[in-house]
Design a protein around this ligand. Structure first.
Ligand code: PAF
Length: 285
């Protein structure tokens, strides 16, 4: 591991390090993660370094955002490798708390964000966004960064976080960073590790389906028909279930049938042991 990365595990140590930088007049960017880092996360760190003097990353597999039948116990964990990757990308501090540090005995508060948490992944994963909103609120208040960076791959999550930061007057600028893709278009995700080689070869169909919907919308066709076709294409390509393919307003996430304002096409579908999500932007044009 490069020597410049410090690892702390308590909120008190995190606050002490950030205060030390602040006292020197340095600005701080924050990259919350659940570890199993890939190029997408490292891009967040690099963009953070362009926008601030120091970057802090958290590595915490947050139990409250996993449903009872989800992959909490098998979620990939590789802390030593994550620390090496963060050091290599120029991150100065890794915050890796245990579950007891984040949720001590007696913990009883949940942050829920109405509106943007509903529908899409909010329907398929009940309670997921309350878990995300709660942990991100805690992390932002623990670190109090100038900037916090999140990947656009989780577009609905980004909308939830923007809303809570605004509503709760959290003094951090929330920055969305474009999705990093493999050469064949597959969005980078820690969950791609669950794909067998055969399923990995099928995975590009998800991005292709989003692009087909975008092309149809630009031709003036309706979202409902295009999304229906995209779901059928995904099943034909070997996905075994499609949770949703939908077109939403990019900012409010309100349903869209015909392009007017900037929109987002969002999809979630199941392939082998993995649930893949992806989204792209589309504008009238
Ligand atoms: O996107 C993630 O990795 C997680 O949802 C986050 C934002 C780190 C909260 O646990």
């Amino acid at each position: 591991m490069a020597e410049d990365l410090d690892i702390v595990r308590t909120v008190a140590e995190l606050r002490q390090r950030v205060k030390y930088w602040r006292d020197q007049g340095l600005s701080v960017a924050f990259v919350p993660t659940m570890g199993a880092l890939h190029e997408g996360h490292l891009t967040l760190v690099r963009v953070g370094l362009e926008l601030a003097d120091r970057v802090v990353a958290s590595v915490f597999v947050n139990p409250t955002q996993f449903g009872a039948n989800e992959d909490l116990s098998k979620y990939p964990r590789q802390e030593a490798k994550d620390a090496e990757l963060l050091a290599g990308a120029g991150c100065a501090l890794m915050f890796a708390p245990g579950v007891e540090e984040m949720y001590p005995a007696g913990f009883a508060t949940t942050v829920t964000v109405a509106g943007v948490s509903e529908g899409l992944c909010g329907t398929v994963r009940p309670g997921h966004f309350a878990g995300v909103a709660t942990v991100v609120t805690k992390l932002l208040l623990q670190c109090l960064p100038d900037i916090a960076l999140f990947g656009e791959k989780d577009w609905q999550q980004l909308a939830v976080i923007r809303r809570l930061a605004c509503d709760l007057d959290i003094p951090a600028r929330i920055v969305g960073v474009p999705t990093v893709r493999e050469p064949d278009g597959v969005a980078m995700s820690s969950r791609n590790a669950y794909l067998s080689p055969e399923d990995r070869a099928r995975a590009p169909a998800l991005y292709a389906a989003l692009q087909a919907v975008a092309a149809g919308l630009r031709e003036g066709r309706g979202a409902a028909e295009l999304c229906h076709r995209a779901s059928a294409d995904l099943l034909a390509a070997g996905f075994h279930a499609v949770d949703y393919v939908e077109v939403r307003d990019a900012a409010t996430l309100a349903p869209v049938e015909h392009l007017a304002a900037p929109a987002r096409i969002l999809a979630a579908a199941r392939l082998g042991g993995a649930r893949l999500i992806d989204n792209i932007g589309v504008e009238k044009g």
